[in-house]
Design a binder for this molecule. Sequence first.
Ligand SMILES: *[C@@H]1O[C@H](CO)[C@@H](O)[C@H](O)[C@H]1NC(C)=O
Ligand SMILES: *[C@@H]1O[C@H](CO)[C@@H](O)[C@H](O)[C@H]1NC(C)=O
Ligand SMILES: *[C@@H]1O[C@H](CO)[C@@H](O)[C@H](O)[C@H]1NC(C)=O
Ligand SMILES: *[C@@H]1O[C@H](CO)[C@@H](O)[C@H](O)[C@H]1NC(C)=O
Length: 340
Amino acid sequence: MQNFILYIFIVLYCTSSLLSITLSPCAKWNITATTLAGGGLPGHNASQLNYPDGIFIHEKLKRLYISDSLNNRVQVFPLDQSTVIGLTVIPHVNTCTKIYVGSNNGNRVGKWTKDSTQGAQVGSSCRGCTGVWLDQDKNVYISDHKRHCIYKWSPLTNISTIVAGELDMSGPREDHLTEPRGIMIGQITDAVYIADVGNHRIQKWPKNSLEGVTVAGSSDGTPGSDSSSLNSPHGLFVDEETKIVYVADTSNHRIVRWQHGETEGDTIAGGNGRGKASNQLHDPFDLSFDNNGNLFVSDSNNHRVQFFNLIDNRPCHAPSPSTTISPSTTTISANSSIHK
Ligand SMILES: *[C@@H]1O[C@H](CO)[C@@H](O)[C@H](O)[C@H]1NC(C)=O
Ligand SMILES: *[C@@H]1O[C@H](CO)[C@@H](O)[C@H](O)[C@H]1NC(C)=O
Ligand SMILES: *[C@@H]1O[C@H](CO)[C@@H](O)[C@H](O)[C@H]1NC(C)=O
Ligand SMILES: *[C@@H]1O[C@H](CO)[C@@H](O)[C@H](O)[C@H]1NC(C)=O
């Protein structure tokens, strides 16, 4: 199993209102994916990627942003054309988005705005900044996988506080995290959802809570490949209304959907062993949905981004609660390197 040191952390944030789809808890995606970017050998020309990590779909511009981690760049690919040629947008950001980028060996998070040529630091330094998220008040949440905690930085006070985990303490206790990476903040509840990688689980820390609850995976911190376990999950998306958690279950090479209150998840993409066939994944790191409910996956160790078409969005049974996806903020991480 690889662990990754992440050097660039990006949040693309677009304030324009977005279309949204209601996604059924029983939705199905075509298990045969299409490659949208990269594929083949890792490399650094315009059609190649090298360990893509975070991905972000910009609906309005119809663009896919990819943190092309080992190439130390952020690539953007058009979604409405057949070309597989990517453009490098960092450091020359040219969209309506704001981009937060951590650089200098992953010990800070920087904010890149339109036309800027370098990022401005936000928050205090961290040892292993990994995930980043903006809430609606523009507070910046940062995961520090080396210090096992999540910080929240306020732009008003310029003060960072720890909102989950305990500094330098790891382990499976419910008040601890181990190598947290992907994070997401619930817009409705301000809860912090965390890919608790080293504990092989997804944790939810309600606002102002002193401990987390496991919302996917095994709460005791053990990895596994059955339907009640995860193995080094790096990325997540939480649908707040249904509380369904979608997980990039990295070392199981699958994308898992975990219904609220369940002790097992079901595989919605991959899960056919490690490989590069169109129904396989190899270390998926991140996932994202577009407004039509299609699923995008950064298939890191295959150096590509995969697209899984939504093919069935019927309710599970008679009228069932459906959900709204409004991916107005997301996280992109880049410049990873393997250290283990
Ligand atoms: C899934 O995608 C493949 C490849 O694009 C296509 O041949 C197949 O018909 C699709 N299946 C469904 C059920 O849409
Ligand atoms: C990138 O390199 C690959 C492999 O050598 C090659 O097939 C592809 O055409 C190249 N793409 C560009 C845009 O140069
Ligand atoms: C990316 O990582 C390499 C080391 O692998 C480092 O030399 C480089 O400065 C990093 N780039 C950024 C933008 O942090
Ligand atoms: C914010 O705090 C950091 C240290 O945590 C400091 O280096 C920086 O200068 C401060 N910025 C402002 C605008 O006060």
